[in-house]
Design a protein around this ligand. Structure first.
Ligand SMILES: *Cc1c(COP(=O)(O)O)cnc(C)c1O
Length: 244
């Protein structure tokens, strides 16, 4: 049994290595097409539902330096088992205000801030701990009812409001675009995000930095990079389809 399990793990790890190589090649290709290089694009490996042994495999063997988790509970229970000495952890899933206290201090960036209430709580809990928490503003670029995120129109105001708060620093924007087969429409969403990113940067708001444009997942990271993403969040293209 033990032997079978080990063999299974080894096969899985070999597959993951292969997938990761392909993802990196495509990132490189899209980066060059967009007038940049692979070094300009940060790869986040999305580790939700993935067992720690596989996460540690990519950390130890493949130079992965950034991972993302969706749920506070899963993140906290997996964290002690992970080899995180040289790795940054971000929260990328929707965050309820009542979970903020548990996650502040456990991640370097919260990518899913979409309303003032949650930002205020992050600020308050960070102040209590004497730290500053980096956040991204999540934008619902397709205006979908089912998705979290602020609107394009509201994003600058939210930045102004957050800029008044202590111990929280906006570092950029994040989005999950609508599922869409039409490459043109998809690229338009990403390019709208890039435009918003530049618009907010030009406003030169105190304490608001537009450094990270987090967009692109397994199905659309190539297009996201072509339109200016500098951080892509990739799970299933590396680990295979998730089993919940
Ligand atoms: C799950 C998830 C991803 C990764 O999705 P894949 O399609 O598996 O690459 C990226 N971003 C967020 C916010 C996610 O929840």
């Amino acid at each position: 049994m033990e032997k079978l399990l080990n063999e299974y793990r080894e096969q899985q790890c070999a597959k993951i290595d292969e997938n990761l190589k392909i993802v990196r090649e495509r990132i490189n290709e899209a980066a060059i097409k967009s007038g940049r290089t692979a070094e300009d694009i940060r790869l986040m490996v999305v580790t939700k539902t993935i067992e720690p042994c596989f996460i540690n495999h990519v950390i130890d063997n493949s130079g992965v330096t950034l991972i993302g988790e969706n749920r506070v509970q899963e993140l906290l229970s997996k964290k002690p088992k992970l080899h995180l000495d040289d790795v940054e952890v971000h929260l990328i899933g929707h965050l309820q205000t009542n979970k903020v206290r548990q996650v502040v201090g456990e991640v370097s960036t919260i990518q899913s801030v979409d309303r003032l209430k949650v930002a205020k709580e992050i600020s308050k809990q960070s102040q209590k701990q004497g730290i500053t928490t980096n956040v991204l503003i999540e934008v619902n670029i397709g205006g979908e009812e089912s998705k979290f995120g602020t609107t394009i129109e509201n994003a600058p105001d939210l930045c102004y409001q957050i800029s008044e708060l202590p111990n929280i620093k906006v570092q950029g924007l994040m989005t999950i675009p609508p599922i869409c087969d039409d490459e043109k429409v998809l690229r338009q969403h990403f390019s709208d995000m890039k435009k918003l990113f530049i618009d907010i940067e030009y406003k030169k708001i105190d304490n608001i930095y537009m450094k990270i444009l987090s967009m692109g997942m397994s199905s659309d990271y190539y297009e996201a990079i072509l339109e200016g993403a500098n951080l892509v969040r990739i799970g299933s293209s590396i680990f295979g389809a998730r089993q919940y």
